[in-house]
Write a protein that binds this ligand. Structure first.
Ligand code: TRP
Length: 335
């Protein structure tokens, strides 16, 4: 039986952190054997809200690839490619834009939230490109004939919009496109060191896969703990402490239970507890960091992955576009 195809991706706007690791990278590594997996580096989408900062987007493309490979994504199994190098996606985006109304796009909850957060960039009126990025994302997925898009809840409205476009296209031009399904990640979003619901670059509360041992220690020492606890023998509440929260992620269950017990009984100081946690995180991330350093020293490996991945993805995209153009009666002459 043919493997089902996964299409997923990230915007190249920063290095990846442990939130990405537990939220999606682990899944991508797990799924790479069973599925035909494609990961796109969404530079075109990143530009929709970073059009004034092309260096940032450019500089983060290869950082993402380093993070992927360091975490165990195997380029022999997974096709990693750059979105802008598949011009068929841009072409398909234009055809799709006839099938979507402005009001439907404006109602997309994910886009709506993002527009509200980006007032500084967009002022009173959002750009055509940003409002339309779900259309572009629909093209990303369908140009590759994706069956499944593994993603977090925030991506659900985007996939739903993609499915609507596919249905509309097929009902007008004939059954050409595949309707993808979302595979919702069961992993919960990882909170930040400051207790914020989201770990993120802009919030300054993230531990990156590329952080050095010193950086990890420094960050863990600054993590938010139970504010009511001042002295070591004050009885602590690990439920409101970010250090215990991460102990749960990086420690064995027994050790974690013991940490909580000692904290509740006032037998464990926060400084000591943080140092222990930092050691665990450093240990856990060590093989990832070492592999990343190796890749850092061998940029030719990254280039090869991207060149080959992009070539393969483009060949797939061309096949879909030939069908799309034929269905739309745009197949005038042979290329
Ligand atoms: N919107 C996704 C994000 O912000 C990135 C993305 C672009 C994507 N194209 C995609 C995800 C196609 C899945 C499929 O993380």
């Amino acid at each position: 039986m043919e493997k089902k195809r996964i299409v997923t991706g990230d915007r190249p706007t920063g290095k990846l952190h442990i939130g990405h690791y537990f939220g999606s990278l682990i899944n991508r590594v797990k799924m790479q054997d069973e599925y035909d997996e494609y990961i796109l580096i969404a530079d075109v989408q990143a530009l929709t809200d970073n059009f004034n900062n092309p260096e940032k987007v450019r500089n983060n493309v290869k950082e993402l690839v380093k993070d992927y490979l360091a975490c165990g994504i195997d380029p022999k199994k997974v096709t990693i490619y750059i979105q802008s190098m598949i011009p068929e996606t841009a072409e398909l985006t234009i055809y799709y834009s006839n099938l979507v109304t402005i009001s439907r796009l404006s109602r997309n909850p994910t886009v709506k939230t993002e527009i509200a957060q980006k007032k500084d960039l967009f002022g009173e009126s959002v750009t055509y490109g940003f409002l339309g990025y779900p259309v572009n994302q629909a093209a990303d997925i369908t140009v590759l004939n994706g069956d499944i898009v593994p993603a977090g809840e925030d991506q659900e409205p985007l996939i739903e919009q993609c499915r609507e476009i596919v249905r509309k296209f097929n009902s007008i031009y004939g059954e050409v496109l595949k309707e993808p399904e979302i595979y919702l990640s069961k992993n919960k979003r990882i909170k930040g060191l400051d207790g914020n619901e989201k770990m993120g670059k802009s919030l300054g509360n993230a531990i990156y896969l590329s952080d050095s041992e010193e950086e990890i220690l420094k960050k863990v020492m600054s993590a938010v703990t139970d504010p009511k606890r001042i002295k070591k023998d004050d009885l602590g509440n690990p439920d409101v402490c970010m250090v215990s929260y991460y102990h749960k992620l990086f420690n064995s269950e027994d050790n974690y239970n013991n940490v909580c017990k000692e904290c509740r009984e006032g037998l464990r100081g926060c400084v000591e507890c943080k140092k222990e946690l930092a050691k665990k995180i450093i240990e856990y991330l060590k093989p990832i960091r070492e592999k990343r350093e190796y890749l850092e020293a061998h940029p030719e490996i990254i280039d090869k992955v991207l060149i080959e991945g992009t070539k393969k993805a483009r060949a797939e995209a061309k096949k879909t576009m030939a069908k799309v153009k034929k269905a739309m009666k745009l197949d005038y002459y042979e290329d």
